[in-house]
Design a protein around this ligand. Structure first.
Ligand SMILES: [Zn+2]
Length: 153
């Protein structure tokens, strides 16, 4: 039973990531019709625009205990789309990075915080490999989201 949360700066929204058995449903008032079920209920994402948790908007992502790359990306795209919808933003073919950057950030946070998987930063070197000393688990520089504290709920 796991639960982590993080902000997605500059958006006034917190994303909660929890395992399927985590009783977060008791903490947020969510319209069941907004819950998005995927892959036989092994994962789901819902927007908390109507949830009341200290007045803050939340997005809840529920994931299996076992890491699955496609599931994490799938739910992260849902979360990024809900996030943009909450703040009234849109993306088009000319502005796809509007959703891609938050998606990348959410995936990275889930890998690091929920699954404790190190995420290596890509960079160029003479042999195409990144020397260990320059590897970082921090966010890439184009991310729109600054790091925030990660209080445990
Ligand atoms: Zn889906």
């Amino acid at each position: 039973m796991k639960h982590v949360q993080f902000g997605v700066s500059p958006y006034p929204i917190r994303i909660h990531v929890c395992s399927l058995d985590y009783p977060i449903l008791k903490k947020v008032d969510v319209d069941p019709e907004l819950v998005h079920h995927d892959k036989g209920d092994i994962a789901e994402t819902w927007p908390g625009a109507r949830a009341k948790r200290n007045g803050a908007c939340v997005i809840v992502i529920r994931l299996p205990e076992q890491y699955d790359e496609e599931t994490v990306w799938h739910e992260s795209i849902h979360a990024a789309a809900f996030l943009l919808d909450m703040v009234g933003s849109m993306f088009t073919a000319d502005s796809m990075d509007t959703i891609i950057y938050p998606t990348e950030y959410i995936v990275r946070q889930i890998k690091q915080k929920f699954y404790k998987i190190g995420v290596k930063k890509c960079s160029k070197s003479s042999d195409g490999l990144v020397p260990p000393s320059s590897q970082s688990v921090d966010s890439p520089k184009p991310t729109p989201a600054g790091r925030r504290g990660t209080p445990k709920a």
